[in-house]
Design a protein around this ligand. Sequence first.
Ligand SMILES: Nc1ncnc2c1ncn2[C@@H]1O[C@H](COP(=O)(O)OP(=O)(O)OP(=O)(O)O)[C@@H](O)[C@H]1O
Ligand SMILES: [Mg+2]
Length: 278
Amino acid sequence: MAITITIANEKGGVGKTTTSVNLAAGLAIHLAEQPGINGRVLLVDMDPQGHALLATAYGQHDVAAHQSLAALLTETPPPSVQRMLKQAEYHPNLHVIPSNRSAMVEAARVLPTLMANETRLAHVLRTVQNQFAFIIIDTPPNTGDLLINALVAADHVLIPVEPSYLGVSGLRELQNTIEQVRIHFNPELQILGYLPTLCEEQRLEVREILEQLEKRYPRLMLNPIHKASDLAYAHSAHMDVFTYKPSRQRNAGQLASSSRATQEYAQLVEMVLQRTLR
Ligand SMILES: Nc1ncnc2c1ncn2[C@@H]1O[C@H](COP(=O)(O)OP(=O)(O)OP(=O)(O)O)[C@@H](O)[C@H]1O
Ligand SMILES: [Mg+2]
């Protein structure tokens, strides 16, 4: 059974997609040596913008609507997810579900009028659960049925946080959404951690907010990801950072290269393996 991790924060531009892409790719590289399903990772892009697919499977971010994730969410009965799966560009054991931007926008609009509107993603993922070690779900920057579906389908939620006053102020709303999902659908949903992103520790405001967060969530704060141009450049090159700045010892399973961004995301991959495979 796959371990499903949803990357969520209703605030926009906080590193959800960057984290989804690099966590999924990092897990895929790490697990590549494991035979069969134990080494396979699935990335699901619930954001109509499709940025996670742009960075992992450039050719799959805009396919015909009926062959896309939107059809899985809106058609009754849904088509076969199995037949939709595609391989990512750089990692043979990383898979994606293709998307269609306008169909996803339309799906978000019609979902509230459909029966089982909150549980449709969970339902379709259940049919491929036993084929993957991990399923990573990226989410859009708003509260709506796409986010709710991603939380209902998850075992864990990972929350990227930009350490700024505005970045922290929206967290209570997200916790409220998570609590509602637990009560109504998914009592086992766990917060895997808060991941400070786009960090510039030389700024006083950032240091103060990191301290506040440590006090508020003592066991849940993860090591920060600093602002790093490699992450932005990798994204514009349609790559994860491990492919963009590869380690010389990649074949020995080592993810971290001389680029700080690879070291920090490699640490996140380690932490995720430790906390979820107990
Ligand atoms: N640690 C980082 N250092 C430098 N740039 C980063 C970092 N993390 C993300 N970025 C850049 O910041 C922008 C926003 O990041 P990203 O797309 O991951 O956020 P998001 O939360 O998914 O946004 P949205 O809410 O729009 O989906 C992107 O251009 C990305 O390349
Ligand atoms: Mg995004």
